[in-house]
Design a protein around this ligand. Structure first.
Ligand code: SF4
Ligand code: MG
Length: 322
């Protein structure tokens, strides 16, 4: 069984000038222990997808269609109280800015111990021991002493390690990590990503890794979903998507990574900008920018179609190329 199933998810923002559809029938799943990358330009809907899954859509945003299942249980219809429990216990969240996840007034030890005890049936001594172990596992030196330190006493990179420890404290099966290294020094980013990958692998936790960085995806993920204008453009095994991109948008993203573009035969850059939600073109949302667009693309929206080992929302794979 899938760990997480997202089926035809629609997220809308009602406003004075009408309702804006920000996610338009998103479907994907995550297997136990799998690392799924979600990539795309900013505004593509990556963070919204993550927020919908963890029940933290900002109002007035709301789920207007589809469903989200965690281990077969529907979670998109749960109330805030039940969702808060799921967030701590079954889904851990890591955000770009460590300070949004940490309470500046409490020592990191207290935050870890409280999280452990809120979700797991362990006493104070064992919770403390687990907290020390988590800090050790996330590569924080002198873990025992660091327990009494406050978030501001850690560097940015160390703070994000603490956040990873906190997200893992209740042994969730899924971690949703939204741009977890973007706020950090470039030299530290790779370390943190590898730590996240390895520590989740060791614990059998699946990860949904949201990033705009295809290089990070290439090094970390099993599969990748490429998002464009609130939809999934392509999804498949990461090496397939990188080596044989089936969607012209994915191919354009690859061309923007010099190392990858050099090895492959991908030469073109994508002109133009991604449309805003509320101004999505009819048919294939990518057609105004697509170097391979043909008539059908302007009129009909492509669903995800089989394209080799991946699936791509592109009419080029319908066998009806004009
Ligand atoms: Fe390009 Fe048409 Fe494929 Fe859209 S459906 S990506 S416009 S070829
Ligand atoms: Mg984002």
């Amino acid at each position: 069984m899938s760990l997480l199933e997202v089926q035809n998810l629609v997220v809308e923002f009602p406003g004075r000038r009408g309702t804006v559809r920000a996610l338009d029938h998103i479907s994907f799943d995550i297997a136990p222990g799998e690392i799924l990358g979600v990539v795309g330009e900013s505004g593509a809907g990556k963070s919204l997808t993550g927020a919908a899954i963890i029940g933290l859509l900002e109002p007035p945003g709301r789920i207007a269609g589809g469903q989200i299942l965690l281990e077969g249980q529907r979670i998109d219809t749960l109330g805030e109280e039940a969702m808060r429990h799921i967030r701590g216990r079954r889904i851990g969240a890591i955000f770009q800015d460590p300070l949004t996840s940490l309470n500046p007034l409490y020592s990191v030890g207290r935050q870890l111990i409280e999280t452990i005890q809120a979700h797991l049936p362990v006493g104070q001594a064992e919770a403390r021991q687990r907290a020390v172990q988590l800090l050790k596992d996330t590569g924080i030196p002198a873990a025992e002493q660091r327990l009494d330190h406050y978030p501001h006493q850690f560097s940015g990179g160390m703070r994000q390690r603490v956040v990873i420890a906190l997200a893992l404290a209740a042994e969730p099966k899924l971690i949703v990590a939204d741009e977890p290294t973007t706020a950090l020094d470039v030299s530290i980013q790779a370390q943190i990503i590898m730590l996240l990958k390895n520590i989740c692998r060791d614990r059998g936790a699946a990860v949904m890794l949201i990033t705009h960085d295809m290089g990070v995806i290439a090094e970390t993920c099993d599969r990748v979903a490429v998002m464009y204008a609130g939809r999934i453009a392509e999804i498949g095994p990461v090496h397939e998507v990188i080596n044989h991109p089936a969607h012209p948008y994915t191919a354009g993203l690859m061309a923007a990574i010099p190392d990858i573009a050099q090895d492959r035969d991908i030469l073109y850059q994508i002109d133009g900008a991604m449309p805003r939600p509320g101004a999505i073109p009819a048919g294939c949302a990518f057609h105004p920018r697509c170097p391979r667009a043909f008539d059908r693309c302007k009129a009909e929206r492509p669903e995800l179609l089989r394209a080799g080992a991946t699936r791509a929302a592109c009419w080029l794979h319908a066998g009806v190329v004009a």
